[in-house]
Design a protein around this ligand. Structure first.
Ligand code: ZN
Length: 81
């Protein structure tokens, strides 16, 4: 069963919570009771065995190909989605 690191943005509580994959994510902080408790994907408690590490920051990376100058659209490399 995976352990998720949660953190509260209101009071700063950090807690590791053991949950099944199918469990609903928590959002209510056990410390202050506000619904600012959220799962932290980058914390040490989030461990994946093997090479399946998800780097979510990559989705924000600018497309380098799109910035390359090209004279006409026909010669441009197709930037896939
Ligand atoms: Zn809290």
């Amino acid at each position: 069963m995976p352990i998720y690191a949660y953190a509260c943005s209101s009071c700063g509580l950090q807690q590791d919570v053991m949950q099944k994959m199918s469990d609903e994510p928590l959002n209510t902080c056990p410390e202050c009771g506000k619904e600012t408790f959220s799962k932290q994907l980058t914390a040490a408690g989030f461990q994946l065995k093997g090479s399946g590490y998800y780097v979510t920051d990559f989705k924000n990376k600018p497309k380098a190909e799109a910035a390359a100058p090209c004279a006409n659209a026909a010669s441009c490399p197709v930037v896939g989605s």
